[in-house]
Design a protein around this ligand. Structure first.
Ligand code: SAM
Length: 314
């Protein structure tokens, strides 16, 4: 996201409704100030690609205008046409009045700068696994990215991690799998948009069921892992996401236990699995006291992802 100074947009710009916004505002900067004011005044939750009102507004304004989302400054003084102003005013209003995540309103999400089509059939991509794999020097657990020949993205949703894996591991064939046929329709569209049909293959079914007899150098998985308390407390924005993508029983580990039980038989010798599980790490450690997990952190997460080699899996 942009490195824009938050204070540039701090002067509030209040307007009554969409029509007055579209008629009284003129430039990109006007709309950013207006959006920040409305988002700050509303009880919004962030966490679908941005974590504050300024970045959320900048994303919506730039994406809403079809501009690259990584550079605001060159466009700040651009004077907008009436249809552009009407579109931005309506988008900003919809974000406030419906609480729908910006990515669903725009049908677009970026992870590590890579764009994906999204709608409410999939969660908005935000897995920390992407950040770990895309580190400048690569993830240290994988010595040679070129040597990875096969990858599974289990619980793929939009297909984002599998498609990123195909980009990062140029010699890998990648299987992506999900129980939700709806989600896989979205994944299929993303595979096509990224022209990855030759290397990314789609499977539908319950966890490893559609992958019988197959094994991989690398398994990536961001399964459902929200515990009951977390589901009960979900902010409105997160209720637009499919429940089956989030909910995983009382302690959040229902799906992770099933993955742990089968992962070993689907890994090649020397292979490993990277799994995101949010705040469920302590519960997992307690459930597998003799298993050696490597906990991974990122700029914005602390131990929400683990890495485990095949030889260390139960
Ligand atoms: C947290 S989302 C992750 C989506 C994507 N990997 C990402 O990082 O954005 C979890 C996904 O798991 C899928 N899922 C839930 N239960 C499943 C199961 N038993 N077998 C396979 N996939 C399942 C959901 O449909 C959802 O797409």
């Amino acid at each position: 996201m942009n490195e824009t100074n938050i204070f540039s947009f701090a002067r509030p710009l209040k307007l009554e409704n969409i029509a007055s916004a579209a008629s009284s505002l003129s430039t990109v900067e006007d709309f950013v100030r207006y959006g920040v004011t409305r988002f700050t005044d509303s009880q919004l939750s962030f966490g679908h690609g941005t974590d504050n009102a300024v970045d959320e507004t900048i994303f919506m304004v730039l994406e809403g205008l079809g501009l690259p989302i990584d550079a605001l400054e060159p466009h700040l003084q651009r004077v907008l046409s009436l249809p552009e102003k009407q579109r931005l005013a309506a988008l900003i209003d919809a974000r406030v009045t419906t609480k729908k995540p910006a990515s669903y309103l725009l049908n677009k999400a970026y992870i590590q700068g890579v764009p994906f089509y999204v709608d409410e059939r999939v969660i908005v991509p935000r897995s920390f696994i992407a950040e770990i794999l895309c580190q400048e020097d690569g993830f240290s657990g994988i010595a040679d990215y070129d040597a990875v020949g096969s990858v599974l993205d289990l619980c793929t949703g939009s297909g984002c991690l599998g498609i990123l894996a195909a980009m990062l591991f140029p010699n890998a064939q990648v299987d992506i799998a999900d129980l939700s046929q709806d989600a896989l329709e979205v994944a299929k569209r993303n595979v096509q948009d990224h022209k990855m049909q030759d290397r990314v293959h789609i499977h539908q079914g319950d966890l490893f069921a559609p992958l019988a007899g197959k094994s991989y150098d690398l398994i990536l998985t961001n399964p459902p892992y929200v515990d009951k308390e977390g589901m009960d407390d979900l902010p409105e924005e997160f209720r637009f996401e499919p429940v089956m993508a989030l909910a995983a029983g009382d302690d959040g580990l229902d799906i992770v236990h099933s993955i742990m039980a089968e992962a070993k038989s689907h890994l090649n010798d020397g292979g490993g699995m990277m799994c995101e599980l949010g705040r469920c790490g302590p519960a997992l450690e307690a459930a597998y006291p003799r298993t050696m997990f490597t906990w991974l952190s990122t700029e914005n997460s602390d131990g929400e992802v683990f890495w485990i080699k095949k030889k260390n899996l139960p």
